[in-house]
Design a protein around this ligand. Sequence first.
Ligand code: C2E
Ligand code: MG
Ligand code: MG
Length: 559
Amino acid sequence: MPKNSNKLKFVFIMCFISLFSTISTVVFLSVIDAGTHQVVQKNYLAIGIFCIALLAACYCLSHLFVHRILQSFFGLFAFIHEVKETRDYSLRIKPKLGSGLAVVGRNINDMLESIHADSELNRMNARRLVAAQESMSRMSRYDTLTGLPNRKYFMETLERILAQSKRDNRDLALMFFDLDGFRRVNETYGHKTGDALLVEVANRARSLLRKGDIIARLGTDEFLILFYNDLHEVTVNEIAKRLATTLSQPYSIDSWQLEVTASIGITVASDSDFDIKELVSNADIALYHAKNSGPGNYIIFATHMKEEKNRRLDIANALGQAITENEFQLVYQAKVNRADEIVGYEALIRWNSKSLGFIPPDEFIQIAEQSGKISLITFWVLETLCKDMSTFISQHGSHIKLSFNLSALDLREAYLSNKIASLLEQYNVDGRNIEIEVTESVYLDNFDSSNIFFEDMAKLNCSIALDDFGTGYSSLGYLTQINIDTLKIDKQFVGHITESNKSKLVTKAIIEMGKQLGLEVCAEGVETVEQANLLKESGCHQLQGYLYSKPTPIDKLFS
Ligand code: C2E
Ligand code: MG
Ligand code: MG
């Protein structure tokens, strides 16, 4: 029992003793007053005993009273105190309180019942809240698909590590990799398979890391690895090679055997003076170069790459006003049949930038694609070509075909078909006079959208040519599923047919295959009469190259 209730009990007992003593004394004195004065005076002993007996009786009575009546109060106080101290709302008052207090006890129990239920609910909600908070904070730091740190968390960690490494004068390596043709995996096998592939890629990459190294997923198929451990160029080279090899092993996913490769860009922190932005940008530049050097390659950052990136940025900026400033020009290169008669022209773009000078299409088309400006250029080309069409028809007759090149990103524009249709209508151009050149990679990177687009073009009577054939894909299986009119053999085969027997055999085989598939075959890059003769003998339908004409502006063609 708590101290306070002992004190209270004592006070109560003393009060009762005093009360009973007072009453007894008053009764005794009233007896004296009633005439027994003398008897009392003579018998002090008896009076004393009487008083003690009276006191004892008082004590017993009061004790009894305290036990019987106040016990319940004290029990109640003690219980309330216990609940207050322990905050245990599952405690209940035992039903031994006196009848009056039993009701109070029951009410207190009821009250505790609801407090207990509320506090349990609160506790449960708090637990849920903590769990939700934990999962949110995890989600904000980790990628939900692969479980790897995400960009934000990786950058925070990298910033800390870089600061420390700079203080310790200790170099680090950063590796940036992405999968070649991942979009095609998604398109061909579906997103579920694509996701499973990414998880497997993350696991394989993770298995190569040593303690302290960090891997993160930055975006769709983009990953960053920070090598924290000892660093020599050889080590980085070896790791990159091992990573490339590991990731290029076949993947068994959903009963598919997938083969993908990764392009890898590598840089070291000292090349960026431990600046996080520059470090990541350098890794990105190296990756860009790796990608351009073909699938499955890795490249280590070198400072000249930064200058190239700056040039790309300058080109991307200058492209913004190239159309409005009238800096583009179309040149036309003739295509001839086996009788050397002109049957068509390919429109090729030229750009004389006021600020940067002449920039070849091979350089700026890719930048236009990356900076989202390619469609504007493609529509400018088609519009210019439509405007020029009447001149070509008047010079060569209505059978003439003008072709233009389509870029990979054009096919992602949902309104491409409509835009072409409306330009043909606007300039009153017959689709039969138009041929569209797409490369294998453009076509295969957008297989489904390409087929839909080709159907739309067939409705407009436009024909389709597969450009640079033989340079992109090793698998020819797709040729049976596509709807094209012409195969254009790449100039790299044509360039060697008179010197290399292998090139001659490959070129002949392509021509034969094209013919068997019912396609027109056109050879590009024909520069010599020998090449032309060999191609004609092999059955090639059309020839194009410097032998017949260089790409020339329209005003010089017919002057
Ligand atoms: P392409 O479509 O395969 O065009 C053929 C390229 O080979 C042209 O280079 C042409 O000038 C060049 N060529 C033609 N005959 C010969 C020859 O006998 N020998 C050699 N060595 N080369 C020859 P160009 O004009 O520099 O274009 C390069 C590439 O840029 C084109 O390859 C095409 O992919 C792209 N391109 C050009 N104009 C456009 C355009 O308007 N739109 C798009 N999207 N791409 C374009
Ligand atoms: Mg072309
Ligand atoms: Mg070509």
